[in-house]
Design a protein around this ligand. Structure first.
Ligand SMILES: *[C@@H]1O[C@H](CO)[C@@H](O)[C@H](O)[C@H]1NC(C)=O
Ligand SMILES: *[C@@H]1O[C@H](CO)[C@@H](O)[C@H](O)[C@H]1NC(C)=O
Ligand SMILES: *[C@@H]1O[C@H](CO)[C@@H](O)[C@H](O)[C@H]1NC(C)=O
Ligand SMILES: *[C@@H]1O[C@H](CO)[C@@H](O)[C@H](O)[C@H]1NC(C)=O
Ligand SMILES: *[C@@H]1O[C@H](CO)[C@@H](O)[C@H](O)[C@H]1NC(C)=O
Ligand SMILES: *[C@@H]1O[C@H](CO)[C@@H](O)[C@H](O)[C@H]1NC(C)=O
Ligand SMILES: *[C@@H]1O[C@H](CO)[C@@H](O)[C@H](O)[C@H]1NC(C)=O
Ligand SMILES: *[C@@H]1O[C@H](CO)[C@@H](O)[C@H](O)[C@H]1NC(C)=O
Ligand SMILES: CC(=O)N[C@H]1CO[C@H](CO)[C@@H](O)[C@@H]1O
Length: 590
């Protein structure tokens, strides 16, 4: 009886833990994934041969073996998949695989995706892939492949996607892509190819996507484009091209995106893109462009995204933009030599612009009416902006990057406007941590749950402190006269001056009385203390001039010094009241 119960319970136990009576290797995870596929995942790392297929569910559809970066597996791949007749995807990555065995995938024609990224393959042969008659995607990125022989993929006649990025391939041998007549995506970025032989592209006439970024290419034999009439996405960024013929892309009638950033192009000649009517994205960033000819963008009437940032452009004729005026939504002109008036002209021409990058242009301000009101994303980082008006900002910004400027504070109007903005970058400005400046910023950071690190640039004693960690009562008070140059505050400041003067007189009288009444020993003590006070006053003066430049007046700064002393004994409440009073009249002013 007891025995029977025991057997029964262990049966129940097995059923409970192994649904469907299947097994799962230890260190692996076996489940039905989001796509409804039976998936075996082994990603703990540190595993060594053999791959534990003997413990795996014969109905497995996805095998995913990987490892953490610091503990790769050590595996070889031989003919171990024959029993898995439903296997569709094999990922074996970060597993130090040096070679794929001969006919390793023979007998599993169901496989559609083979991912062997992050291994140590140096070469692959046609017999490695024999039997993969339904393979659609092959990923061999981040290996050490230095040789791909002719016809290496000739058994993969259904292949649509081939990626061999970041290997050491220096040569595309003739007939490399033999039988890949259905290939649509070829990614070869990060190989030292130096040139592309048109001959090899004859075998892949269906190609839609070609990427060869960072391939040390000096020029492209345009015969390639003639052989690839369906090309829609071409990425030749970070190469060494020094010249584009006006006829360069004449054969590419279906191009939708073109990346030529990070080359050495000095000019875009007339009518270079005349046949790219469908082009939506054009990236020419980080070249040496000093000139874009008037008709360079002719016929690009569907262009949405144009990037000409970080070039050597100073002049810009408006007429260049006419072909794209009605389509362009995103523009980057950051990091050129444009003057304010040129930037203004460009923006005024492009009324449909939603996303504008005008970083690193030495702009001193964002004037009123400068930006289209319905812009959504704005990047003005790395300029010389010291004041920001709420009225100059578009109404519904989703993103504002105004980092790396010279802002000391943001007005209440600006902060209010930015409350709904999802992404605001404010770091690397010269933030003032005087209470009238920093209080509203601190409250805004808290309210919007913004946790970016902002550091105080002034006053001297808070320099380098994180604004977010300061409490309101630890902030020093403000130099009112200089910050609020309107009539009311002037009057207030004068009163402040008078009070300051009176306090000084009272203080001096007290000192004199004290000195007269003191005995000789005490006299010495008082003198040294007095010296200290004078030193701290000088510090305040220096800090004041650092922030406010020549506008500050010495006489006033002494007034500030004394007010500070008064404030230090007053309560936080009065300080807060002071701040409110202070910011009320022109909340939207600066
Ligand atoms: C291939 O494996 C790598 C590493 O695990 C992974 O990052 C990548 O997304 C995989 N590729 C595909 C197409 O699944
Ligand atoms: C495989 O490549 C990785 C990364 O490049 C390296 O750390 C490892 O030593 C190589 N393993 C073998 C067996 O060559
Ligand atoms: C390009 O523009 C020219 C002049 O505007 C026009 O004659 C030509 O038909 C356009 N080409 C295409 C392919 O649309
Ligand atoms: C703004 O532009 C700078 C310089 O081009 C860039 O580094 C930064 O990432 C951009 N900011 C955002 C939020 O994209
Ligand atoms: C930045 O702006 C200040 C005035 O706000 C000006 O004195 C300075 O020359 C400007 N710097 C540059 C590089 O334009
Ligand atoms: C911002 O400061 C600049 C000088 O730095 C000045 O010319 C401009 O009028 C100021 N703009 C606003 C809106 O206060
Ligand atoms: C905002 O303030 C509350 C209360 O002082 C605090 O608990 C919270 O962590 C702050 N949030 C941020 C993002 O600083
Ligand atoms: C604030 O941010 C923290 C951390 O980024 C997050 O956990 C928290 O849910 C956020 N709170 C609100 C109110 O958005
Ligand atoms: C918060 C932040 O990003 N600060 C950066 C400001 O710029 C200096 C260099 O000028 C960087 O070192 C800081 O990390």
């Amino acid at each position: 009886m007891l025995l029977r119960w025991h057997v029964l319970s262990s049966c129940l136990f097995i059923i409970w833990f192994y649904p469907g009576n299947t097994t799962c290797p230890s260190d692996c995870n076996c489940r039905v994934d989001d796509r409804g596929k039976r998936r075996v995942t082994c990603n703990k790392g540190g595993m060594i041969d053999p791959i534990p297929t003997y413990n795996m569910d014969p109905a497995m559809e996805v095998l995913d073996i990987s490892a953490p970066d610091n503990d790769w597996n050590i595996f070889t791949v031989g003919s171990i998949f024959q029993d898995f007749k439903r296997l569709e995807e094999i990922h074996i990555t970060r597993s130090n695989i040096i070679q794929i065995g001969m006919h390793a995938f023979w007998g599993v024609p169901s496989v559609r995706l083979l991912n062997m990224t992050y291994n140590n393959l140096t070469v692959v042969f046609d017999h490695n892939f024999r039997g993969l008659v339904n393979l659609v995607q092959l990923n061999l990125d981040d290996n050490a492949i230095n040789r791909l022989p002719s016809g290496a993929f000739k058994h993969l006649s259904e292949l649509r996607i081939l990626t061999v990025q970041r290997n050491y391939i220096s040569d595309l041998v003739p007939r490399l892509f033999l039988k890949l007549s259905k290939l649509q995506v070829l990614k070869m970025s990060g190989n030292p190819l130096q040139e592309l032989d048109p001959e090899v592209f004859k075998d892949i006439p269906e190609l839609r996507v070609l990427e060869c970024r960072n391939c040390q290419l000096r020029r492209i034999n345009t015969q390639i484009y003639h052989l690839l009439p369906y090309l829609a996405h071409l990425d030749l960024g970070d190469n060494r091209m020094q010249f584009l013929d006006p006829e360069e892309f004449i054969d590419l009638h279906r191009l939708k995106s073109l990346y030529l950033d990070g080359n050495q192009l000095p000019v875009v000649l007339e009518r270079t893109f005349i046949n790219q009517v469908h082009l939506r994205t054009l990236c020419l960033a980080r070249n040496r462009l000093a000139k874009i000819t008037d008709t360079a963008l002719l016929n690009l009437s569907n262009l949405i995204d144009l990037d000409i940032s970080y070039n050597k452009l100073s002049k810009f004729e408006n007429v260049i933009l006419y072909p794209v005026v009605n389509s362009l939504q995103k523009l980057s002109i950051s990091g050129n030599y444009f003057s304010m008036s040129v930037v203004k002209l460009i923006i005024q021409t492009l009324h449909k612009i939603r996303d504008l990058q005008i970083a690193d242009l030495k702009l001193n301000e964002i004037p009123l009416g400068f930006l289209p009101v319905n812009m959504l994303r704005l990047n003005v980082s790395g300029n010389n902006i010291s004041n920001l008006s709420a009225h100059a900002l578009p109404n519904q910004l989703i993103l504002l990057d105004i980092s790396r400027n010279r802002l000391q504070d943001l007005s209440e109007g600006v902060l209010l406007k930015l409350e709904a903005t999802q992404e605001v970058h404010l770091y690397n400005n010269t933030w003032s941590c005087h209470i009238c400046h920093a209080a509203k910023l601190i409250m805004w950071l808290n309210k919007t749950n913004n946790t970016q690190n902002l550091f105080c640039a002034s006053p001297e004693k808070l320099k380098g402190r994180l604004i977010n960690t300061l409490t309101l009562d630890s902030l020093p008070s403000c130099d009112k006269k200089i910050n609020k140059p309107n009539f009311m505050t002037k009057v207030k400041n004068n009163i402040g001056l008078v009070i300051g003067g009176i306090t000084t007189v009272v203080f001096l009288i007290a000192c004199i009385t004290f000195v007269v009444c003191s005995c000789v020993r005490r006299h010495q003590n008082t003198r040294s203390r007095h010296k200290e006070k004078r030193r701290s006053r000088t510090e305040v003066v220096e800090e004041g001039s650092a922030i406010f430049g020549s506008k500050g007046e010495i006489s006033f700064k002494f007034g500030l010094d004394l007010t500070e002393r008064q404030v230090s004994v007053s309560t936080i409440d009065t300080m807060k009241k002071e701040t409110q009073l202070h910011t009320l009249p022109n909340g939207t002013g600066i």
